[in-house]
Write a new protein. Structure first.
Length: 662
């Protein structure tokens, strides 16, 4: 039975009265009768940090893996009390070097302790954090630095050459702080100083601040904390202006639902692994929650290929990730079970089905957790209390898989840059898959009609429409683009997300579509490609998929990246005379794989028009580095369409000539 969401989960609020020509929301929901923006005496992100610092004391706070002769070993930790001294000295050092309150400071690096310390120092001193990352491209970085009049950039040593190269088009940059001074090359430093940049190491700035005793003005809730530039898929990036109060509302919102038992509670005993890009708000909120609770944060090595090794050593209690990684774990486990066969496979499926049948009641089983799932659980360290998925929709099958195999509570969150991730969270002990739960306590949600797509707030049995969010975590504006701000936030303060949602029988929010990511085929059928890709990517032979439909065509085509581990054995078993390299151009292999995918799609309830009718196989993965993924691992559809335009045209040419690949 679906849980009944009574306060403090979700409260019905009368819909607004529509003006002439406007749509009428049937209803909207918020967490409680009064929206929460902050706990007592915590108004800024610095207040929030001080709370965690007091709780943490001399316990471990920030940890990295020590490397000996290039080999990563155990995690080495700095305590909360040690880190606080460094943060305060470092912040005063930046002030001494000329960085002023409410001025931009760029951060250009992968996740590491100095990123977090720069973030906290900026909150204390009222600086505005602006994250820079390679996938923005030189043109976008130029735009961001110039738009924010950025003078200071904190970067890892490997980024200094890039900054020096950009100096000619970025006259505002004056000072660069290098996080890892030991890795700074003399030649890079000389080139930077010759270009007119002042270069300091993190430790040098900290030393400067150590000698300064005067205290500066404390931050205010209305101070801008960060300008987060959306990576997007096309066009100029937009900077979401997020205040310190916005940040506190989102982070405390996550803490508050933990306190009342509707979400997992985080405390000082927890250990969190930081690997999702700190340039984006999902990781900033997740990490901020652990900072607030005085927990420990261990950083990955910087290579996602070694992430599972980092997790094995760290043994985190909390893991936040994105569907792309969960899909890979899902594929690997089921491929391994299939390969073993026999009694081992029989036992796995018996255990799996037994736990799934009881998933509404518990994620644990006294026998199967030890006998069958123990080794799988060790892949994520063996002591996870809960897992949180965000950034993109995750398949219900994959959600169930994570609960069953890792014997952990699995939550799904929903939010955007523009509301500091403060959208929805699924509810404790509600293991229903395919929903994103109830609003954060800092937010309220309503649905607005989308008549062109036949989504109406008056739909029966469940209302549907564009998800709109209002509350304390909503951004102030898009930086210096008032027209875009007006498009995103209406006169009543509602952020229009562009996502289409539904309120189900238990008043939970379910994401069912996306306004911009849908397209119509020639026969008039609407297609949601993310849904289709999510199905195919669950197949053991598929690592990644890109579904594309031309509005002048009646069918879909797709780009498929086979799974490295499963594809080789499948190929050897079915086509022993065809090498892996040859297989990507083999019509015979293509036809067999497409047939398998269409059968799998049918099993997973894809309609006929949702099935891909031709595929192109490629060994090149979609990555952040080749610009096919955003830093939060969303597919850049327009870029992918351009990259594979020749192959797409060829597939449609074959289909139009009456010869299908299947």
């Amino acid at each position: 039975m679906a849980p009944s969401f009574q306060p403090p989960y979700a409260v019905k609020v009368p819909g607004a009265v529509a003006k002439e020509g406007e749509t009428v929301p049937l209803r909207h929901f918020k967490f409680a009768d009064k929206l929460i923006d902050h706990p007592p005496n915590v108004y800024t992100m610095w207040d929030l940090y001080l709370n965690g610092n007091k709780i943490g004391g001399d316990s471990p706070f920030l940890g990295v893996r020590e490397k000996v002769n290039g080999v990563a070993g155990e995690y080495v930790w700095r305590s909360h009390s040690e880190v606080r001294k460094s943060i305060e000295n470092y912040g005063r050092g930046l002030v001494s070097l000329g960085l002023q309150r409410q001025k931009a400071i760029g951060v250009y690096s992968i996740n590491r302790p100095e990123w977090t310390m720069t973030e906290q120092a900026s909150y204390r001193q009222g600086f505005i954090i602006v994250a820079l990352y390679d996938t923005l491209g030189a043109e976008a970085i130029d735009y961001i630095v110039n738009q924010t009049d950025m003078e200071f950039i904190v970067a890892s040593a490997d980024k200094l050459a890039n900054i020096t190269h950009l100096k000619g088009s970025l006259p505002s940059i004056k000072t660069v702080i290098i996080m890892d001074g030991d890795d700074l090359k003399d030649a890079d430093k000389k080139a930077a100083t010759d270009a007119g940049l002042a270069v300091y190491t993190f430790q040098e700035v900290e030393k400067i601040g150590e000698a300064i005793k005067e205290e500066t003005e404390l931050p205010k809730a209305e101070d801008i904390a960060t300008i987060c530039y959306t990576s997007g898929t096309t066009g100029t990036p937009k900077g979401a202006v997020i205040t310190q109060g916005n940040c506190v509302a989102a982070i405390y919102g996550a803490a508050a639902v933990g306190d009342v038992g509707s979400f997992a509670s985080v405390d000082h005993t927890d250990v969190y692994i930081s690997y999702l890009p700190l340039a984006h708000v999902f990781e900033r909120v997740a990490q901020g929650l652990h900072v607030y609770r005085g927990a420990a944060i261990g950083y990955y090595q910087g290579d996602t290929a070694k992430l599972l090794d980092d997790i094995t050593v760290l043994k985190p209690t909390v893991f936040c990730s994105v569907p792309r990684l969960f899909n890979r774990i899902y594929d690997k486990v089921f491929a391994g079970v299939k390969a073993k066969g026999g009694l081992s496979s029989f036992l796995f499926y018996r255990a799996y089905n037994a736990k799934k049948a009881n998933i509404d009641n518990t994620v644990h089983h006294w026998l199967w957790d030890r006998l069958v799932f123990g080794q799988i659980r060790q892949k994520l360290g063996g002591r996870l209390r809960f897992i949180l998925s965000g950034s993109a929709p995750v398949s219900p099958d994959v959600m169930d898989f994570m609960r069953i195999c890792f014997s952990a509570r699995v939550f799904e969150g929903y939010g955007q840059t523009e509301n500091m991730c403060g959208g929805c969270l699924t509810i404790e002990d509600d293991n229903t898959s395919g929903v994103v739960g109830a609003p954060f306590p800092c937010s309220e949600i309503k649905l607005v009609d989308v008549p062109d797509m036949d989504y109406l707030s008056t739909d029966k049995p469940y209302p549907r429409g564009e998800i709109c969010i209002r509350g304390h975590s909503i951004m102030r504006e898009y930086y210096k683009v008032p027209d875009k701000t007006a498009e995103a936030i209406d006169a009543d303060g509602w952020l229009h997300t562009g996502d289409v949602g539904m309120f189900d029988s238990a008043n939970r929010v379910q994401i069912i579509d996306r306004l911009k990511n849908i397209f119509k085929l020639s026969q008039g059928e609407y297609i949601a490609p993310e849904k289709i890709e999510g199905v195919y990517q669950k197949h053991e032979l598929v690592a990644q998929a890109f579904a594309y439909g031309d509005s002048k065509q009646s069918s879909l085509v797709g780009i498929i990246v086979p799974d490295n581990d499963a594809y080789g054995p499948w190929l050897k078993s079915n086509f022993p005379k065809i090498s892996k390299e040859e297989s990507y151009k083999s019509d015979e292999v293509n036809k067999a794989l497409l047939k398998a995918l269409n059968a799998f799609g049918k099993e997973n309830d894809l309609k006929g028009f949702e099935q891909i009718r031709a595929i192109h196989l490629t060994s090149e993965e979609f990555t952040v580095e080749n610009d096919l993924l955003t830093p939060t691992f969303k597919l850049k559809r327009e870029i992918a369409r351009k990259v594979y335009s020749t192959q797409i045209d060829e597939m449609y040419a074959v289909l139009s000539n009456g010869r299908s690949f299947n």
